[in-house]
Design a protein around this ligand. Sequence first.
Ligand code: CA
Ligand code: CA
Length: 550
Amino acid sequence: MYIRFLTSKNCARTKMRVEVQFKQTSPASRGWVIGHRSPVLSKVEASSRLSKENMATGIIADNQFLYLMSRSILALILGFLFSCDPKPDSKTEAQSKPNVIFILADDLGYGDVGFMGNQIIETPNIDRLAEESLVFTQHYSGNTVCAPSRSAWITGLHTGHTPIRGNKEVQPEGQYPMPDTLMTIPKLMKQAGYVTGGFGKWGLGFIGTSGDPMSQGFDQFYGYNCQRYAHRYYPGHIWDNDQKVELPENGWENKVTYAPDLIHQQSLEFMEENRDNPFFLFLPIIMPHAELAAPEDEIFEKYRQKIGEEKPHIGGKAADYGPDMNIGAYQSQPYPRATHAAMVERIDRYVGEVIAKLEELGVRENTLIFFASDNGPHREGGHDPDFFDSNGLYRGYKRDLYEGGIRTYLIANWPGVIDGGRESDHSSAFWDMLPTLAELTGQEPPKTDGVSFLPTLMNQEEQKKHEYLYWEFHELGGRQAIRQGDWKLVKLNVKNPGETKVELYNIAEDPGEERDLAVDFPEKVEELVSLIEEAHQPNSIFPLFESEKE
Ligand SMILES: [Ca+2]
Ligand SMILES: [Ca+2]
């Protein structure tokens, strides 16, 4: 199948039209699996894929493809897309800029999806998306828990530099706010003329603070402001910007409205409303983070049958919905395995519905989609990650700096522009997204820790590499980790100098981090330890060491 990457726009004085046709490696049109409310799984036929009859220009042969995607052509296309005034002055011009969607799953393990080998959970949409995409297999989350991972993503700064380095709670609702002085991804996209929307879970500052999503560049943020409240899938309220959306049918006591479904519907509406504008859509989906909760629909029933008898999870004191409920706790769950599987498949339905919506709106070919997880699989609220092999071949879970806690794949999909059916072993991380989008939109990036991976996206060879990747985690005695080439050093118990332990692994030879080579390579250990010291910048709000406390 051949499709055409067609872009045209009208600037004030010039009228230009560019037609480039690329060979697409993905299979011919087939439907996305959608409809998580319907008792029968439905399939829709793709409505807006370009047919062969639409092809107006010549077909580019495989051996010409790399040549055509050389940097000069790329610069020409991107320069053309982004050269006009950022404010769209016509529908045609507005549509010429690609929409960008970043789907962020919460605590989804590397091995929780079909295309990464899961044998129990069905994720046909994510599998198909991956098949038609470039998949970065050496990609890393910003951190091993939610808020610092998102802070690294949104600022382009790793956790040695980014302002939010832990989950720091604020009462009665919210987390410690990000400052509003840094460049962020939504601010960058707004500068490029995009409408910016976020739908899901925030966690970087309550309404009215510097960390409010609207102070960070979002035109609209709909969902949970507070991570702690997002432990509850049937909340009493969520937020639409600064407006409280009351859900009296739940009222923190009853389980009627499953909030992720409501948030997902709002994100589809955002796409409809902005069909004629270039939009940046951030979808930080709440699932499959604890608590374990899923509607008792056909997805859940399927897994209850498939998994059979299982051991119930007992939530403990104030864990269950009711007048005395502790919001931050996790409810009891009689079917923890079936529920986890149903939550992951529900993410998959959302992904299918987002893509089907793009097709319905006729903007699928002009939309760049990313998909990743914010950290590794959790072990909370009754979830048993080993039953599903949620961490795949990697060691560790959420809160570890072993690969299982921080490794994610990054799916990058843009039909006809990003050559699909590819994997890249380019070493990359969440803090690369801001410089990548800066380069995509033709903007000078601020100083970040990131490296734009746009050349890899566009199948070019001259990809700049990281000197190293760095993470720090302040709980459980304090942990730091660094990856440099194939080497990975993990430092444990860093807050207690007498008990600090250093481990060295060769990830290429030992991806499961089973053989500690620290004793065998003392010089490498010394080098990486000094790089860790260089990477960590003291922060009195999030002190890793005693000396940083004010
Ligand atoms: Ca998370
Ligand atoms: Ca495993």
